[in-house]
Design a protein around this ligand. Sequence first.
Ligand SMILES: NC(=O)c1ccc[n+]([C@@H]2O[C@H](COP(=O)([O-])OP(=O)(O)OC[C@H]3O[C@@H](n4cnc5c(N)ncnc54)[C@H](O)[C@@H]3O)[C@@H](O)[C@H]2O)c1
Length: 389
Amino acid sequence: MAQRQEYNVMENGPRATDGRAALRVGLIGAGYIGGVHSSAYLAAPGVLGDDVPAVELVRIADVELARAAELAKRWGWSEATDDWRSVTRDPNLDAVDICVPNFLHAEIAIDALAHGKHVVCEKPLTSGVEGGEEMARAARDSDLAAQVAFYYRTWPVMSWAKEQIERGRIGRVRYFRGRMFQDYASDPAAPLGWRAQSDAAGGGAIGDLGSHVIDLAHYLVGPIAEVVCDLRSDVARVPPADVDDVATIMARFENGASGVLEVSWAMPGHKCDLGFEVVGERGSIKFEWENSNEVRIATVDADSGDCDERLLIGGAGPSADAFVAVGGQGLGYRDGFAIGIGEFLKACAGRPSTGPTFADGLAALRVAAAATESAEHGRWTAVRSQEPK
Ligand SMILES: NC(=O)c1ccc[n+]([C@@H]2O[C@H](COP(=O)([O-])OP(=O)(O)OC[C@H]3O[C@@H](n4cnc5c(N)ncnc54)[C@H](O)[C@@H]3O)[C@@H](O)[C@H]2O)c1
């Protein structure tokens, strides 16, 4: 079993103000999201306070060394390399952050866990269920933190919504409606790179954006039991691609609720149009990312009358005390990553964390796989949900 390491106490290394040694991190993949994660490591310990350990940004790896060097210069990583194993196998590192294309996640994460590193891995967990099962097994058999970066889930609205549901504020949940539409792949010549190859990505929009919606459905309502799905490749790509552009999934949850999940990366006019409605016997909660600092709750009450409230993050609604003093000041996309990375760092330090785990990542992969299978056969398909052996 890979063991949790105490932080490496470097004689002259950075320390938290309380004298604790810093957690030494390495990051693999210096592309778009590698930069977003880099800024989150700088923000999280300062903004979120004592539960989040101080961090030393030790090494960043990218197969294109110039990219790693550029992010190292920009965000203060001490070293750049083109060899990811020099991150996963360095005995002086405590944690590894994986920001490479999906098909590489499993090999890198399993190597990092085997070398005693805490791991955070970008979503989807990997490009196929089998690799995801291996990752979940490696995580389960270690005592290390193993989280997946479903960082819409850690947005303050989501935990607030979950709490309202659990308190029974909208009654028993009957229906979930979730979507994620973007338009960055609408143009037939859009440079999708590895995302346009199903071998590398594990699917098209359903994995790239759908994994977020599936994870939110699981988080807010519970496990999805079966699905029926229509998958379409609507855009005549140049060069041709073998990935889906639109996924429309009908879902039945284990708890009896039903719902629909709509996903596309080719919906012109939709930028980051992630949203959900959770409908219960006595009310609804509604959210959309393009107005990400507000949430609506509407309830029906025979005694006190109906209510329809719009609540602001940091005000009367979801708490964001660490970030803003006044409701309405607003949090942004990178704050969401600071919260998520903060949850990872807490887990590395052995503190309670609400960060999504490899098991959550595997659960989302299984729903996407069942949806893809359903689209091939045109019928309801059960989600395989047994524990990985
Ligand atoms: N959580 C989110 O909302 C979110 C948003 C965007 C991307 N992502 C995920 O992040 C991951 C990366 O996406 P991206 O948009 O940053 O992609 P990207 O193409 O911008 O960056 C990927 C980087 O990985 C590097 N790379 C490829 N092979 C490598 C190897 N063998 N060793 C080291 N580096 C290698 C590439 O050179 C590139 O710099 C994907 O899994 C994606 O799904 C998540």
